[in-house]
Design a binder for this molecule. Structure first.
Ligand code: NDP
Ligand code: 8X3
Length: 256
């Protein structure tokens, strides 16, 4: 399947995997709808894309946790942007690394509201037009954390197990349509993820990737583009993609 002039909607495009996807899909000729909360960072991403590619980009600020804002943003898309071909549900985060007994309830709300409810709000807003034209592709960003629970990560892991369940359920609910549903589930990818998780503690964040070679956001964008470019009768259901230096969520080979 060619991506030229396809409309690709990416949540959380201001950083990391979402940003890399925006750049990869622009290079492949797609038209982009990009959103995130930080509009300055998003505009910088757009500027960088436009320096290299001639492509149409529609950009707006959105907090996926805000149900009304999601609904309004999607319903007020200009007519030429309404026909979304691919939705990449990427916006997400981990907040903190704590046992449940020591956990911070605001952190739990942030993870569940963003990773689970936000993904649902965006999906529900976009699905009707995909169903009406009987085509489309929803690609959710899960995680190895949606396959294996690790100590102090229970709530983040639960949110990614939920992404896996929602992906499987959506595929069942859409059976009989031509809409494809995929989950791409990475292990360690070096992005702002750990800086966000540790609330700006860059030293602690750097330790996550110390002495090992993590995946890059571009590795994930490349995998997502692979899933999106299969023939229409081929649905890649799930991709678990790990650094060679990582065998499981908690098993990493470090050289130093
Ligand atoms: P980054 O922190 O670099 O990027 C996260 C993106 O999500 C940002 O663009 C951020 O934008 C956006 N975002 C966060 N909260 C919201 C919100 N409420 N509304 C809209 N956008 C939001 O991390 P990654 O690129 O690594 O993370 C992307 C996805 O990949 C996440 O779902 C994460 O769980 C998943 N993942 C990451 C792995 C890793 O090791 N890095 C491994 C496996 C999965 P802004 O702050 O501007 O809103
Ligand atoms: C991000 C990867 O292992 O830190 O989903 O949870 S991990």
């Amino acid at each position: 399947m060619k991506l030229k002039d396809k409309i690709v909607f990416i949540t959380g495009a201001s950083s990391g995997i979402g940003e890399a996807c925006a750049k990869e899909f622009a290079m492949l000729g797609a038209k982009l709808i990009l959103c995130a909360r930080n509009i300055e960072k998003l505009n910088e991403v757009v500027k960088q894309i436009k320096e290299k590619n001639v492509t149409d980009i529609y950009v707006f600020q959105l907090d996926v946790r805000d149900q009304a804002a999601v609904k309004n943003a999607v319903s007020s898309l200009p007519a030429e942007w309404k026909n979304i071909d691919i939705l990449i549900n990427n916006a997400g985060l981990a907040a903190g690394l704590d046992t449940i007994q020591d956990g911070n309830i605001d952190d739990w709300e942030a993870m569940i509201d963003t990773n689970v409810k936000g993904l649902l709000y965006v999906t529900k807003s976009i699905l009707p037009q995909m169903i009406a034209k009987n085509s489309g592709h929803i690609i959710n960003i899960g995680s190895v954390a949606g396959h294996q629970v690790y100590p102090k990560g229970a709530v983040y892991c639960a949110s990614k197990f939920a992404v896996d369940a929602l992906t499987q359920g959506l595929r069942m609910d859409l059976l009989g349509t031509q809409i494809r549903v995929t989950t791409v589930d990475p292990g360690a990818v070096e992005t702002n993820f750990s800086i966000v998780r540790f609330k700006g503690d860059t030293e602690r964040a750097a330790k996550v990737y110390e002495g090992m070679q993590p995946l890059t956001p571009e590795d994930i964008a490349d995998t997502i583009a692979f899933c999106a470019t299969r023939k229409p009768h081929v649905n890649i259901s799930e991709v678990l993609i790990m650094p060679t230096d990582q065998a499981a969520a908690t098993m990493v080979s470090r050289k130093s």
